[in-house]
Design a protein around this ligand. Structure first.
Ligand code: ZN
Ligand code: ZN
Length: 336
């Protein structure tokens, strides 16, 4: 089968590899669509410490079950599914305390040590596989993983109905956060991005009227600041600046993946004096099932989120588009 192989950072090719086997307890999925995410770019560039090379990347995918291993009871060939790529060891300190996303041996399909979804087929343990409704396309199903990261962020934030949100970054993750905020009863959702075309898309296609290129541009809508500020750019300097937009007793959620080792400086007095909470959110945790449900319920406009689909042999071209910040969600359809 055709698959994308990252031999080592900076060295990627599309090649023929053996198809995965349905080992006991696992399911083989024929990939319908697999999204390219910022993490894939980090893996390509050697900036994601958990990755073991060589690896077949791709962790945002949906498809059809084509084979099941011994002991698989929940699925059969022909079932339409999405896959939670996160793998936990189940025996470390954190796994034993029900905090699998913080696993000391954390691994993920297409991210850590297991082959991912930029391939015609991919294997996954049945416990990571979720049925999707017939009405949901594979392109939409490939949005479930990023949505499940957003749902995890909202579980961390635990916002109240009627609150205000400011989201830094109007890329795919910023727009998913914005749509979940609206679905969650927001009274105001504002977006900031330096890319004007992304702001235009947020306004014209997703109906977010309060957008701007800086906090100053949206400040008049929430003069005292926003209840929930979500950093979705992964730029440390933005994570630092974002604190200025938080209202007293408000929260700053660091959702974007900033480069390890960089430092954001905060006015400690302000955090003390204004009772500000700064939160992290790590990948997926008890949030994949809810993500399937909210997508099926219409919380996210999946059709507008996916702007480009490439055949697997054009992977390099698709990555170049993502690097340019062109389009919204860019996907690979490995089986055409
Ligand atoms: Zn991702
Ligand atoms: Zn563990």
């Amino acid at each position: 089968m055709r698959a994308v192989i990252i031999e080592r950072p900076g060295e990627v090719r599309v090649d023929d590899v053996p198809e995965p086997e349905a080992t006991p307890g696992s399911v083989v999925v024929k990939v319908g669509a697999c999204g390219i995410c910022g993490t894939d770019i980090h893996i390509l560039d050697g900036e994601f410490p958990p990755t073991t090379y060589p690896i077949i990347p791709g962790h945002e995918f949906g498809g059809e079950v084509v084979a099941v291993g011994e002991g698989v009871t929940q699925f059969k060939p022909g079932d339409r599914v999405a896959v939670n790529p996160s793998l936990q060891c189940n025996h470390c300190y954190f796994c034993q305390r029900g905090q699998g996303n913080l696993c000391e041996n954390w691994n993920a399909i297409g991210v850590g040590r297991e082959p991912g979804g930029f391939a015609e087929c991919v294997a996954a343990p049945q416990g990571n596989v979720y049925a999707i409704p017939d009405s949901m396309s594979f392109a939409e199903a490939a949005l479930i993983e990023p949505i499940s990261c957003v749902v995890r962020g909202f579980h961390r934030l635990s916002p109240q109905v009627g609150e205000t949100y400011l989201i830094y970054g109007a890329g795919p993750m910023g727009l998913l956060n914005a749509q979940l905020a609206r679905y969650n009863g927001a009274s105001l959702v504002a977006l900031i991005d330096i890319n004007e075309s992304r702001l235009e898309r947020a306004r014209n296609e997703f109906g977010f009227d309060v957008v701007g290129t800086s906090f100053a541009a949206v400040r008049s809508h929430a003069p005292r600041g926003f209840d929930n500020v979500i950093e979705a750019t992964g730029v440390t300097k933005v994570a630092e600046m974002a604190i200025e937009a938080v209202i007293r007793r408000g929260k700053l959620l660091l959702f974007g993946v900033c480069p390890p080792g960089e430092t954001a400086a905060y006015d400690a007095f302000k955090i003390y004096n204004e009772e500000i909470t700064i939160l992290g959110t790590m990948a997926v945790h008890n949030s994949f099932g809810p993500a399937v449900s909210v997508l099926a319920a219409g919380a996210v406009d999946g059709k507008r989120m996916v702007t480009h689909t490439f055949p697997i042999d054009d992977f390099a071209e698709a990555v170049a588009l993502v690097r340019r910040g062109g389009g919204m969600k860019v996907q690979i359809a490995p089986n055409g």
